[in-house]
Design a protein around this ligand. Structure first.
Ligand SMILES: NC(=O)c1ccc[n+]([C@@H]2O[C@H](COP(=O)([O-])OP(=O)(O)OC[C@H]3O[C@@H](n4cnc5c(N)ncnc54)[C@H](OP(=O)(O)O)[C@@H]3O)[C@@H](O)[C@H]2O)c1
Length: 313
């Protein structure tokens, strides 16, 4: 079985079985004609045009494994329905958790304002020294109500750390229940959950059902002191509605690792908003455990068993 491996990620630990022949390809080039007979394509950071080209030319393809947790770019490429697509769900749990914590704590401790003050050589005394133990603004995770919207693999790693720091965590997903000790509700319960939320963290995938999920209505249900943190996908946020809520003082701020257009255009008003923290889709980016996932799914494919992380489509 011919397996095409992306050249932009270290897969030197991947010991393919004797039944498979691995070939490394450049993700920013069309797959060479000599490899158009591949049955397996492993994907990491391939541009959309490259995937569309592969979808059209690799006629014998059986399985596409993306190392990204979000399969949206692969799904948009148009691979035929019989090609199994699996995601890198689980490979980014730790790094995205770290980045989310960094954004949440930056918001709580107002690093956005502190860095602005530092650049101006100004001692921001209003943000230091004696502070009230409790006030109406979001300043600490202790006793904060943190809502994680998209309570999947990453949330399972993030939630216990937030809890350990004293937060009360609620999850939002498509089905309700208790997951990893956390109460998970559906979006139907937003009207009861959002008004008591201090931080809304979105880890939603990009899908037709999640497009502009964060909109003016959601913003209006949040208290004015709440922060919104997005490490999922930019397409899930109506950025105009978000910015309007922040500018009107109806929302304290937003920390965004992902935006609707990436890279964020230089003219975007998000850049200059003091209470917007931006990072350049930097939360994941380092798939951890990719060789084990590839080997597990390769064995499953060869033996006719179900693969891990199959994407519904
Ligand atoms: N910023 C980055 O660098 C970075 C890195 C990795 C991942 N991501 C993003 O994070 C996303 C989540 O990753 P994950 O590994 O945690 O995925 P996951 O395990 O598949 O979790 C996704 C969660 O979203 C929920 N969900 C899906 N559609 C929903 C909807 N319409 N309304 C409410 N909840 C919905 C799912 O609910 P159910 O459990 O009920 O199905 C599930 O809990 C990825 O798809 C990707 O877009 C970003």
């Amino acid at each position: 079985m011919k397996v095409l491996l992306p050249g932009n990620v270290d897969l030197s630990d991947l010991a393919l079985p004797s039944t498979a022949a691995g070939f490394t390809y450049a993700v920013d080039q069309p797959v060479p004609d000599e490899h158009a007979d591949a049955e397996v394509l492993v994907v990491w950071g391939n541009p959309e045009w490259q995937l569309r080209d592969a979808a059209a030319r690799l006629k014998g393809l059986r399985w596409v494994q993306t190392l990204a947790a979000g399969p949206d770019v692969v799904l948009a490429a148009g691979f035929p329905a019989q090609v199994v697509v699996t995601s890198g769900r689980g490979l980014h749990d730790v790094t995205v958790t770290e980045h989310t914590l960094a954004l949440v704590l930056a918001a709580a401790r107002r690093l956005n304002l502190l860095i602005r003050a530092q650049i101006g050589h100004r001692w921001a005394g209003e943000l230091g020294g004696n502070q009230p133990v409790r006030d109406q603004s979001f300043r600490t995770l202790r006793d904060a109500h943190v809502v994680i919207w998209g309570f999947g693999s990453i949330a399972a790693t993030l939630a216990p750390i937030l809890t350990a720091l004293g937060a009360r965590v609620t999850g939002v997903a498509r089905t309700a229940g208790t997951r990893h000790g956390v109460t998970v509700v559906t979006e139907a319960d937003f009207p009861t959950v959002l008004p008591t939320t201090d931080v809304l963290i979105s880890i939603l995938p990009a899908a037709p059902s999640t497009r502009h999920a964060f909109d003016a209505e959601v913003a209006a249900l949040l208290p004015a002191h709440a922060w919104f943190v997005n490490v999922g996908r930019g397409a899930t946020v109506d950025e105009a509605a978000l910015l309007a809520a922040i500018r009107a003082g109806r929302l304290a701020g937003a920390a965004l690792d992902v935006t609707e257009t990436e890279p964020l255009p230089p003219g975007s008003p998000l850049w200059d908003e003091p209470n917007v923290i931006l990072s350049p889709h930097a939360a994941g980016g380092r798939p951890i455990g990719a060789p084990a996932l590839i080997l597990e799914n390769l064995a499953a494919l060869e033996e006719g068993r179900p693969l891990r992380n199959v994407v519904e489509r």
